[in-house]
Design a protein. Structure first.
Length: 168
């Protein structure tokens, strides 16, 4: 595991960081907020530094970690469906397939906005959270230039997947 100061370190938003972004909290200075948005668990410190040459990304990263908004992305591996906790059993039938479909559409159409939408879809663990995540996905798709034209069709397809009427 790379150290937080290593160029190979991969930061990811913590649950608190994801909630702060989802709530459009403006309490963070713009540079820290931008880094928090870009920290997706895939970009290394080196890549983030290249994306933000005007910032001391290492210092900003340490600040966000001290605030509990970022964590080591290599520490949080996806949990296989067979190993998920009982709390997720209550998700609607077809949620996993519908969520996979929505994540794919978000990646295709939303750019940086996809980060928060994908986090919401992946963290949904009950029917209400699933409904909210799907709504957030649809609103983001409707507001994006690339996704606007396909948003209604994509929502209908995701709903059909949930009902088991189609496959991804």
């Amino acid at each position: 595991m790379p150290a937080p100061d290593s160029q190979d370190f991969v930061p990811r938003k913590s649950a608190l960081g994801a909630r702060l972004i989802a709530a459009h909290d403006s309490s963070l200075p713009s540079g820290l907020r931008r880094l928090l948005l870009l920290a997706d668990g895939q970009r290394t410190l080196f890549t983030l530094s290249q994306m933000m040459p005007d910032r001391d990304v290492g210092a900003d990263l340490r600040e966000l970690m001290l605030r509990g908004l970022l964590e080591d992305g290599s520490q949080r591996l996806p949990v296989p469906a067979a190993d998920r906790q009982d709390a997720e059993v209550d998700l609607p039938d077809g949620w996993e397939s519908a969520s996979d479909f929505m994540v794919a559409r978000a990646r295709e159409s939303l750019g940086v906005m996809a980060i928060d939408v994908i986090d919401a879809l992946e963290q949904a663990n009950d029917p209400e959270a699933a409904r909210v995540a799907m709504s957030q996905w649809y609103r983001a798709l409707r507001s994006s230039r690339e996704g606007r034209e396909q948003a209604d069709t994509a929502r209908i397809k995701a709903a059909a997947i949930l009902r088991g009427q189609t496959r991804t």
